[in-house]
Design a protein. Structure first.
Length: 291
């Protein structure tokens, strides 16, 4: 097994689990089974099922080999309906996935922890961890959420945060390094920044046109370094010492195979610092959706 591939986690957001129709002429269940088979065969370590609906969890559960070849991450329900509801939903997710225990359960918005029900939500998640339902309790955070302050206050086992060669804010600030040094697992997500690096200039959304010049420059630097955007994005993320795992997405087994091949290649020697964008309108969730 290649050491870098073992640090990959597979997200389910692009699986098309709720499309209700064939994807590219194939039933989603068929494609999901093939994606999971490729991931297991090549040594992908984690399956982040946080984006899956109830139906999607059931499809994943039916498609997965037994015993489950991955550590599995699920999302926590919001706490506004009380901790009993949160626990019931978590147990239902485990049942649909066909597992007794997940590697982690993650609060999908750090803002939930600062809501009136935030402490009750967090306390119940930790109780479920102590009961053996989950190995870790984590939080998904953005740069604006102050991950270091979040860790100091709530002491999660895991932080998921966006970082990429285009969005390096939490890396250059040292925030994720500090979180990692506090003994918290760090998962990088949105490493492709919703595919922004792959878009040709004429397909960049209108509200992101201000970044077109910087994006063209980054693509030119990558090409001059005899690499391609996929290999560069993965090489950057997998080379970060702060990252315990890097979450990637794929819509087909062929796409996942391409990601794994790029991850196994030696990272290109590029000036990463010179590719970073700084415009919050582009980098923050309102500007670019997570991917």
């Amino acid at each position: 097994m290649h050491s870098l591939i073992s640090r990959l986690g597979l997200g389910t957001a692009q699986f098309g689990l709720d499309a209700g129709a064939p994807v590219r002429g194939r039933q989603p269940e068929t494609e999901v089974r093939e994606i999971l088979a490729v991931a297991a065969e090549r040594g992908v370590a984690l399956l982040d099922a946080g984006a899956a609906s109830q139906h999607g969890e059931a499809v994943l559960g039916a498609a997965m080999a037994r015993p489950a070849p991955f550590g599995i991450i699920i999302k926590a329900a919001r706490g506004d309906r009380g901790p009993d509801y949160v626990e019931a939903q978590a147990r239902s997710s485990l049942a649909r996935l066909g597992i007794n225990r997940a590697d982690a359960i993650v609060v999908q918005s750090a803002g939930d922890l600062f809501s009136p029900w935030g402490q009750a939500l967090w306390d119940r998640l930790r109780e479920m961890r102590e009961a053996g339902l989950f190995g870790r309790v984590g939080v998904s955070a953005y740069a604006s959420d102050d991950p270091v302050g979040l860790v100091r206050r709530f002491q999660p086992d895991l932080i998921q945060a966006p970082a990429s060669l285009l969005d390096q804010r939490l890396l250059t600030s040292g925030a994720l390094r500090e979180v990692h040094d506090m003994g918290v697992k760090v998962h990088l997500r949105s490493i492709f920044l919703n595919g922004l690096l792959f878009l040709p200039p004429d397909r960049v959304p209108a509200h992101l046109r201000g970044a077109a010049g910087r994006l063209s420059r980054a693509r030119r630097m990558i090409a001059e370094g005899r690499s391609d955007p996929l290999q560069a994005a993965l090489g950057f993320a997998l080379s970060r010492p702060e990252a315990d795992a890097v979450i990637v997405g794929a819509a087909t087994a062929a796409e996942l195979s391409a990601v794994i091949a790029a991850a196994a290649s030696p990272p290109p020697e590029l000036d990463w610092d010179d590719m970073a964008l700084e415009d919050a309108a582009i980098l923050d969730p309102a500007g670019v959706a997570a991917a």
